[in-house]
Ligand binder design. Structure first.
Ligand SMILES: [Zn+2]
Length: 148
C-alpha cells in the first residue's frame, strides 16, 4: 500500500484515511515546497484540490470533489482499502496503534475495562481506542462511503 500526504485543505479526509488504514500525513504549517520535499523523501502520494500544486509533482492525485466522502471514494477506487487495516492507525497523528491490556487504562476507564480485555493505544498521543458503539457507527460510515 502506498503512503500518502494530504494537503492543508484536507484535514477531514486525512483523518478518515487514517481510520480506514492508509498511512497519511498532514502538513503542520509547512510551505508547499516543504510538503513536496517530504513527499519525495518518503515516496508519498500527494492528495490535493489545488491544481497548481498538483501539477508540481508527478506522484500526486487531484481530488475531483470538495466532499470528503467522494474524495475517499476516489482514493479507494485507485487503492482499494484493506479491511484488516481498519482502525489500525491513530486518527490524530497517523501512528500505528498498539494493542494493549485494558487494565493499563486506569480507574477512570473502569467501564471500558469491564467490557474489553484488549484496547488500542497511541504511544504518541497517549490515547486509548476501543470498539465501543462509536466504532460500529464509524464502520457503517466507512462502508457507506466506500460502497454507497
Ligand atoms: Zn496518536
Amino acid at each position: 500500500m502506498p503512503r500518502f500526504m494530504a494537503d492543508h485543505m484536507l484535514g477531514k479526509t486525512c483523518k478518515w484515511m487514517r481510520i480506514i488504514g492508509y498511512d497519511t500525513l498532514y502538513p503542520e504549517c509547512k510551505s508547499d515546497t516543504e510538503i513536496l520535499d517530504k513527499c519525495i523523501l518518503d515516496d508519498r502520494i500527494l492528495l490535493t484540490r489545488d491544481y497548481e500544486f498538483y501539477k508540481r509533482y508527478d506522484k500526486s492525485i487531484f481530488l475531483d470533489s470538495p466532499d470528503f466522502k467522494l474524495q475517499l471514494k476516489q482514493i479507494a477506487k485507485q487503492f482499494p482499502p484493506d479491511r484488516k487495516l481498519f482502525f489500525s492507525r491513530c486518527p490524530l497523528c497517523n501512528n500505528l496503534l498498539d494493542e494493549v491490556d485494558s487494565r493499563l487504562m486506569g480507574p477512570e476507564f473502569k467501564d471500558v475495562m469491564s467490557r474489553f480485555s484488549r484496547v488500542k493505544y497511541c504511544t504518541h498521543c497517549h490515547k486509548y481506542y476501543w470498539n465501543g458503539s462509536h466504532y460500529d457507527k464509524i464502520l457503517t460510515e466507512i462502508h457507506a462511503v466506500l460502497e454507497g
